[in-house]
Design a protein around this ligand. Sequence first.
Ligand code: ADP
Length: 494
Amino acid sequence: MTDAQVESGVLAGEERMLIDGELCHSDSGAFFEVVDPASEQVAGRVTDGSVADMARAVGAARRAFDETDWSRDLDFRYHCLIQLHEALERNAERLRRILVTEVGCPVTVSRSQIESPIEEVEHWAEHGKAFEYLVDTGIHPTQLGPARRRIHYEATGVVGAITPWNVPFYLNIAETVPALMAGNTVVLKPAQLTPWSGSEYGRIVAEETDIPPGVFNVVVSDANEVGAALSADPRVDMITFTGSTATGRAILAAGAATVKKTLLELGGRSAHIVLDDADFNAALPMAAMMACVMSGQSCILPSRILLPRSRYDEGLEILKSMMEGFPVGDPWTPGVMQGPQISETQRRKVLGLIQDGIDSGARLITGGGIPENLPTGYYTQPTLLADVDPDARISQEEIFGPVLTATPYDTDDEAVAIANNSIYGLSGEVSGGDVERAFAIATRMRTGNVTINGKSHFGITSPFGGTKQSGLGRRNGDEGYREYLEAKSIGMPA
Ligand code: ADP
């Protein structure tokens, strides 16, 4: 334990889950452990929710939607979400300690995972308050005479939110708060490696807000079957999910029987096209940093860098020196920007993919193993591979580690073709001296989002999501809010 942890006092998170307004333990009486990936020590425990607990939570959410005024009382929802915003602000430091402990997220980069989502709660409250739920589209001619038509936007119903471990608190908020503000009731199923970010959110809702019983439920569990039960339950109207493409496919299939509305934000293997007129000294250090920050455990990071052959060696040299000096270490140490991988299983997967890349002909420029000075904790060296074949497994699979793969190209068309050679289409990046040329390239990338010259596409007011097998639907922006609503057209006498 470090001094910062001792000073912080609280290490353990809430061990109970929230079902029907009650903070409770699983009927099974079982618990599972939360492991700190930086120390490899057990940090505490949490109740292990069962399929029966999930069924109870869905029943509570169904009743709260069908039998209370929640979906129709906009003013009350606004009141509750403003309360939630204030409550989360009061609990921000506790939530940060949980994030650093269960994810290994460096405290230095935790702002985007604590303060930003807390601010987003207020944003959604205001957005939902101002939203036009009733739109009169005027008089329409029909064969039976003129009809007035109105569009009424209504809550979808019971929303199941399934979240991953990489940015748990942020995604717990991003998947549930717009759903609640739009009038839905929610069952949240957090990832098994990061249950406290979810159980703590449940405690705050129960103890510090007027959100009624059943409107918001959290079921923590060590078993994938519990998430599967949520995604197959006929009483659930919609699933919102962030995670791997494989699990996304399973969720889509499970929802098919009851034609569930499904919002999916899945994997990525995004390309960064560096044009020959780019400012390498600005673009490449940033590219190396983006590959390693959060230990590469983010779906949107551009992790395939495409360099013009004419400046290939120059580019590799800049990337190498940045990666070799990258601050890796204990997440509580100020200045550290890359902590451990979330688990030994994940680290083994990352190291295995690196080896697979080398076996397929890639050249290891730096990294590729475990840092010698960090024998404890699931740390991985920042890794740069060059001459990477765009068709190789290392190019095609999501790595989720601090790994950047470099491939040379000769023409802009070839760069676009390599970028688009992927089952994924989440995001991308273009760096170039001529911004309009870079923009034209960005429009040719088959992805949901693109960053040009480091100017991020990502933010609460801009729609975010994937094309191809990176997902369905959008989060954020007005598009993101509408995902949780149904448009009902009503025809009436003119
Ligand atoms: P990873 O493989 O990296 O753990 P996943 O995409 O499998 O990532 O997990 C993200 C979330 O999906 C977690 O909350 C996990 O419990 C849940 N999950 C895993 N399998 C299923 C499934 N078959 N149905 C529904 N949810 C699932």
